[in-house]
Design a protein around this ligand. Structure first.
Ligand code: GLU
Length: 291
């Protein structure tokens, strides 16, 4: 009989701000899932955004989670130490001609779709990439590379779907577990490696979840649509497919979802004001608090 894989889940914050109560909820949800399953809770620092990630935010993550009573195995995986691994995965996709370089700026993209009323948007609300630079002859690509302008790498979604043509689905573990269908094509030619960073969130997250043996990805509902991209990349890169638990987002009293960008500094401030971890937990939605 095949031995069941050990349950492994993770909390994977980006250190470009202080953690807010939504992060506390996410980390506690993951840690509790690991505890219930007799498995492991891992921490991973998603610091690929070299322009915004800061060491004091990494330290802040360790301190805040420790204060909440969480523990995780060391050493913690830092994505900024793994760029060569992401580049190797991208090379694999390039060799299969599933990725192409794209020199388009944001302005170029907006100009290309300007004349089209009701240009389609992806599930995150961004306008679908209009395919600029997708079908360039190799000679033109070489020439553009010589010119030295920055470019990103995009997934050729049509070719990727030709390679992996089956209906994709995943197991959602929030509430009663269920199998849900996925439609990666709705995202178009997603970025695999940014102009300034040799990977993207999508590429790094699937590689690292596989590298860490994650069997359940625990994260907020805002990332549920992106699961379509992640499962497609897992198939293309022949990585195991984990289950997913997308938990509801923590909202403030006005119903607005918390975000670092909006300056929701959250529980670091509360803790520095002398609030206890129990009192902070009581602010969270069930099962941790009454919030
Ligand atoms: N690093 C992402 C964030 O902080 C989370 C990624 C994930 O859990 O898949 O929003």
């Amino acid at each position: 009989m095949k031995e069941a894989k050990k349950f492994v889940t993770r909390f994977a914050p980006s250190p470009n701000g202080w953690l807010h109560l939504g992060h506390a909820y996410s980390a506690l949800t993951a840690a509790r899932a690991a505890q219930d399953a007799g498995g492991d809770f891992l921490l991973r620092i998603e610091d690929i955004d070299v322009g915004r990630a800061r060491p004091h935010f990494v330290e802040g993550i360790y301190q805040d989670l420790d204060w909440l009573g969480l523990a995780w195995p060391e050493p913690v995986m830092l994505q900024s130490t793994r760029f060569a691994i992401y580049e190797a995965a991208l090379a694999k996709l390039r060799e299969q001609e599933l990725a192409y370089p794209c020199w388009a700026t944001r302005g170029d993209i907006l100009a290309a779709i300007e004349a089209h009323k009701d240009w389609p948007r992806d599930p995150d609300g961004a306008p679908l990439y209009p395919g600029l630079y997708r079908d360039l002859p190799e000679s033109r690509r070489k020439q553009l590379m010589w010119e030295g302008k920055p470019y990103c790498w995009r997934l050729d979604m049509t070719k990727a779907r030709a390679r992996v043509s089956e209906q994709l689905s995943y197991k959602e573990c929030h509430g009663q577990p269920e199998t849900l269908p996925l439609d990666p094509s709705a995202f178009g030619d997603v970025v695999l490696a940014r102009k300034d960073v040799p990977t993207s969130y999508h590429l790094a997250v699937v590689i690292d979840d596989a590298a860490q043996g994650v069997t359940q990805v625990t994260r907020g509902q805002d990332l549920q649509p992106a699961t379509a991209i992640h499962v497609l990349l897992q198939k293309l890169l022949e990585l195991p497919q984990p289950d997913y638990l997308h938990h509801p987002l923590v909202r403030d009293v006005t119903g607005r979802r918390l975000s670092k960008q909006a300056g929701d500094n959250g529980f670091r401030n509360l803790r520095q004001e002398g609030m206890s971890a129990d009192a902070v937990m009581a602010l969270l939605p069930p099962p941790f608090g009454r919030g």
